[in-house]
Design a protein around this ligand. Sequence first.
Ligand code: KIV
Length: 284
Amino acid sequence: MTSPKASSSAPTQQAAAPTRRKTLLDMRQMHESGEKIAMLTCYDAGFAALLEGAGVDSLLIGDSLGMVVQGRDLPIPVTLADMIYHTECVARRSRSAFIISDMPFGTSQVSPGDTFGHAARLLQAGAQMVKIEGGLEMAPTVEFLARRGIPVCAHVGLTPQSANVFGGFRIQGRSPEDAARILEASKALESAGAHMLLMEGVPRPLADAVCAAVRIPTIGIGASPVCSGQVLVVYDALDIPPGRKARFVRNFMDGATSIEGAVRAYVASVKDGSFPAAEHCYPA
Ligand code: KIV
């Protein structure tokens, strides 16, 4: 009898090392012990296995999939159904990473009750936490969700779903008033029950001030190496498509001989604090 032909895309049949899924508690313990959290975006099963195998702690199913997977200019058209589909794809193959899913545009800007219903569907698809963009105005919603068993990562600063208001993907918090608004919002979101804070596209001094002001784990992208962890869009980190990227991106394919090698280099650079370097951060 012949054995079934091995397919390069089939799940491996080798005895896997025992793994345990990381939880919010692990994220908190890493933050408290000073071990940096290495997070990357992920949208499918193949990358979920590869990223985890290379040591990534947390996978973010970001609505950046609207741009990098669907070819759009903004994340605005991404639907809840899209997010559920990609969360299921990632969760099906993922074994160890802490999984966060974005609440897409229009699903968290509604009543707290309706937001709960949308967030619940992402948890049922496999997410352990949802990410919600916005500032002070989102505090009541964050509180409603957190009190009902849904951990929230609050996303402040350059929130891509507001690109139409910002006039594009523009660094936020440059003026003293705007910096104060983001700092106050961060503190209020923590008080409301947010379990994690993601800061995107803000000057480093503001990011450092936020890190000093809150006790929950902070994740930076275009923020500061002081954050408890870092995230990048995986396609950016792998230079897909090749070419010029935002200041906060480093091309980890540089010097790598494989995608897995590039991801291992990303994890190592986040863990040893060498990424982001000054050149990846925005001055005041
Ligand atoms: O959608 C996304 O990928 C994100 C990250 C860029 C933080 O929100």
